[in-house]
Design a protein around this ligand. Structure first.
Ligand SMILES: [Zn+2]
Ligand SMILES: [Zn+2]
Length: 410
């Protein structure tokens, strides 16, 4: 074949595109029920935004960003995640918190393609801006679980941790640094650099050896200040009250992004195999200020559409049947064309065949479109004020009066 899609990208052919649209539609409806509004931001953003927000020491920024210079020499990134662009847009657009926002769209990461992992993938995300209390953290998870349950995904778990705040996380970083310094030589070259600049990032190193070493290191939970401990405990207490029971604490969960504070979480399902995560998020109380806005507490999550499609149960609701209309001649079209709008106004799906094409050809085409019914509009029937309707399942054909057609097809 002459042309192929770029490595790590994916085509959504109609059957899968239909499932994707269905998932997106349920997501939109769920967000609306929780009082969220949509926001759309560019796929292109300045590279510096992600350096500052996502973090210069993260795998995402160091290894996975698509970067290029445009024709004027600006260095741009294809967004690797949604949150930094949303916060930039909120600050730039002068939106005043509190705000509840959701977004859908493609994200780009130059990763090794694997099952369910693409270089262009799609995220469904939300952000709550300007709410600092622990109930909001629970409400955000409640939205996620409500959405997942609405599309029939049940067998998953939510991993939870707290990363502390500006007051308590430096002490943990120090302790981690002290612990890992004695093991420095055994760490991978990346982590040796992180040890100096951002030791927390060592916790999401994918190198097995590094993982083994920090297993025995200090734990964040032992360093949380009383405010952070209380926030986390209160958040946890709301979950069972909201019917959320499928969670467990994960003391090494840090989520691979610099801006998280306090609550972080990840959605995992064993059905996905070794790449078992299908989304996650957390609180980011400092990001607004880091990006030049007013200090504003915030929390959000993003779910990966491609992974959700892998988890989607088979046989979600059937598409309404297609009705194919075959006009046998231009004159028949002129006399019978109101049928098209009558049916479409009643929300029926209508494909109109090429006017005047031989019936045999039109039936063949109707079959390719998997039409359920073919309405044949021809001179003889029209004289009687009727049309012929062919049932494509049984092959049976009958005459129906024009004014009864809609009722019959409904
Ligand atoms: Zn704290
Ligand atoms: Zn490492």
């Amino acid at each position: 074949m002459k042309y192929q899609r770029p490595k790590g990208t994916k085509d959504f052919l109609p059957e899968e595109a239909r499932k994707a649209s269905y998932v997106e539609e349920v997501f939109r409806q769920t967000c609306a029920l929780f009082g969220f509004q949509e926001i759309r931001t560019p796929i292109l953003e300045p590279k510096e935004l992600f350096l500052r927000a996502t973090g210069a020491e993260t795998e995402i920024v160091q290894k996975e960003m698509y970067l290029f210079f445009d024709r004027s020499g600006r260095e741009l990134a294809l967004r690797p995640e949604g949150t930094p662009g949303v916060i930039r847009a909120v600050i730039e657009g002068g939106l005043n918190p509190p705000q509840r926002l959701f977004y859908l769209g493609p994200m780009f990461r130059y990763e090794k393609p694997q099952k369910g992992r693409f270089r262009q993938h799609h995220q469904l995300g939300i952000e709550v801006l300007g709410e600092k209390g622990p109930y909001t953290d629970a409400e955000v998870l409640f939205l996620a679980t409500t959405f997942l349950s609405a599309i029939g995904i049940k067998d998953y778990q939510i991993l939870l941790n707290s990363l502390g705040c500006q007051n308590c996380s430096p002490a943990f970083s120090q302790a981690l640094k002290a612990f890992l310094s004695s093991e420095e030589k055994k760490l991978c070259p990346d982590c040796q650099g992180r040890l100096l600049r951002n030791p927390l990032r060592i916790l999401d190193c994918k190198n097995e050896n590094c993982q083994k070493i920090y297993q025995f290191g200090p734990k964040i939970k032992d360093y949380l200040c009383s405010d952070c401990s209380e926030h986390f405990a209160s958040f946890l207490s709301y979950l069972p009250q909201l019917g959320i029971k499928n969670y467990r604490l994960a003391e090494n969960l840090v989520r691979g992004i610099d801006y998280y504070t306090r609550t972080v979480f990840e959605f995992v399902s064993e059905r996905l195999g070794s790449q078992n995560s299908f989304g996650g998020g957390g609180r980011y109380d400092n990001l607004f200020a880091d990006l030049g806005g007013e200090k504003t507490p915030a929390i959000g999550f993003a779910l990966g559409l491609e992974r959700i499609l892998m988890l989607l149960p088979e046989g979600e609701k059937e598409e309404p049947a297609i009705i194919f209309i075959a006009f046998l001649s231009p004159a028949d079209f002129e006399k019978g064309k109101e049928i098209i709008t009558t049916l479409r106004s009643a929300r029926l799906k209508v494909i109109v065949g090429e006017v005047g094409e031989r019936l045999k050809g039109q039936l063949k085409r109707a079959n390719s479109y998997q039409a359920r019914w073919v309405v044949i509009v021809g001179e003889e029937e029209l004289k009687k004020g009727a049309v012929s309707v062919k049932d494509m399942k049984t092959g049976e054909q009958r005459e129906i009066r024009k004014e009864e057609l809609l009722n019959f097809l409904k």
